[in-house]
Design a protein around this ligand. Structure first.
Ligand SMILES: *Cc1c(COP(=O)(O)O)cnc(C)c1O
Length: 417
């Protein structure tokens, strides 16, 4: 640790423990509410420590095979391939579908910059269409007029753990126009429609295990398909994909430990500061500024190695339990909406959502400054999305609903401690 960093860390700790002391004497809670990394438990920390202590099996591909098979079985999909990000899994899907430069994909004008980037990295043109405000998915009305002779695919999304309102209608439309369907299931891993998990109705789908999502390997993602030919093409991308170097693996495992003590541990007001001293320098960010600006990171395109898959496998075993807790928490937010006169998200017929976050449209002031939720409800509010290509400020024309969601959609946490 350099001297200046050491001084800064000590100053920060002094400051945060002074706040703790004030809270203690004024009878306020010591533990601040968190939003991310809520599915990490002590067993994940033990696992991360075990893999950190012994590097002899880091280059094997035994656990990752197991992880892919188990995920495919759990998800009800025939094929699954694990990468180092949902965005990379999407790039694999783009490769599998054979999308070519100058061809077009239609996607919601309310998505993450990394989703748009995956297409741009392949030279594919992104054509945005508006969302609906019932489930924040692509609005089928409006998609047809965006189809041109260059259109090859439609990307639909299931946000916040919901199943999107126009799921079947969009798939029908795609079939009529001979277009591929890519499903963004980043928020809805485990949500079902007609008893089948989302991601199995289109042609290819991707999931993520980024720290703020349904399950957590810090960074990670999975691409699935039920189509033999597309599976062959996904495999082609997978086989040429490199694995992260040992430094990166060490960082990710350290982040499992750090995130648990910072965000999940009941005494994080104390342990968070201690863990910051030990691991703070190893913190990973999910998207760098350059990547936000459309620059492809050097390490983009990697597949998952065994030590990270081990965490994924452990997390996979908990998804159903945590999704059950999320559904229970959603009932509380349902009641809150009823009591306060806000509209509840739409649960489409035959769907079972998992409520990664509970989205509500509120007054713009309530999104601009979320401190009211901390003070009145004791929760940290999510502000997905802060722009139409989250988190990059941009102005996608003619998507008024997306614009409205950017200004008014807040999201309540559904895992709290
Ligand atoms: C997080 C997210 C992604 C990308 O997942 P990464 O694993 O971070 O690459 C894609 N789509 C949506 C809707 C997301 O929230």
């Amino acid at each position: 640790m350099t001297l200046s960093r050491g001084v800064k860390v000590l100053v920060d700790i002094g400051r945060s423990q002074a706040v703790n002391f004030r809270n203690l004497v004024t009878g306020r809670p010591l533990t601040a509410p968190s939003l991310g990394s809520m599915t990490l438990d002590h067993d994940d920390v033990v696992l991360a420590r075990t893999w950190l202590r012994d590097r002899s099996r880091w280059k094997e591909r035994v656990v990752v095979d197991h992880y892919e098979t188990d995920f495919a079985n759990w998800n009800g999909s025939r094929f699954a391939f694990a990468f180092m990000g949902g965005r990379v899994a999407l790039s694999a899907c783009i490769h599998a579908l054979g999308l070519q430069p100058e061809e077009e994909v239609i996607l919601p004008g309310y998505t993450c910059i990394v989703v748009a980037n995956a297409f741009h990295f392949a030279g594919v043109r992104t054509i945005y269409s508006d969302i609906e405000l019932d489930t924040y998915g692509l609005d089928v009305n409006g998609v047809e007029e965006k189809i041109t002779t260059r259109t090859r695919a439609i990307l639909l999304q299931h946000l916040y753990g919901l199943v999107c309102r126009d799921y079947e209608a969009i798939i029908d439309l795609a079939r009529r126009h001979d277009l591929w369907i890519i499903e963004d299931c980043a928020h809805s891993t485990g949500a079902t429609y007609k008893g089948i998990k989302v991601g199995n109705f289109g042609d290819v789908a991707f999931y993520t295990s980024e720290q703020s999502k349904v399950f957590n390997t810090i960074q990670g993602g999975i691409a699935v398909t039920n189509n033999n030919n597309l599976a062959e093409k996904l495999k082609e991308y997978y086989l040429q994909a490199p694995v992260p170097d040992e430094d990166w693996i060490e960082k990710q495992l350290s982040n499992v430990i750090m995130s648990y003590y910072l965000y999940k541990h009941p005494k994080r007001w104390l342990f968070g500061d201690m863990i910051e001293i030990l691991y703070g320098k190893k913190r990973v960010v999910s998207t760098t500024k350059e990547e936000e600006n459309g620059i492809k990171p050097i390490h983009y395109g990697q597949k998952m190695p065994d030590p990270i898959a081990a965490i994924g496998l452990n997390q996979l075993g908990k998804i159903d339990r945590y999704n059950k807790y999320r559904r229970q928490a959603a009932k509380y937010w349902d009641e809150w909406c009823d009591l306060n006169g806000y509209k509840k998200p739409l649960i489409i017929k035959n769907s079972n959502p998992i409520y990664l976050r509970y989205p509500v449209l509120v007054e713009p002031e309530k999104k601009a400054d979320t401190s009211w939720a901390r003070e009145k409800l004791g929760v940290e509010l999510g502000v997905w999305f802060t722009s139409q290509l989250h988190p990059v400020k941009c102005d996608i024309k003619a998507c008024p609903n997306a614009e409205r969601a950017v200004n008014q959609c807040i999201n309540f946490p559904c895992l709290m401690e």
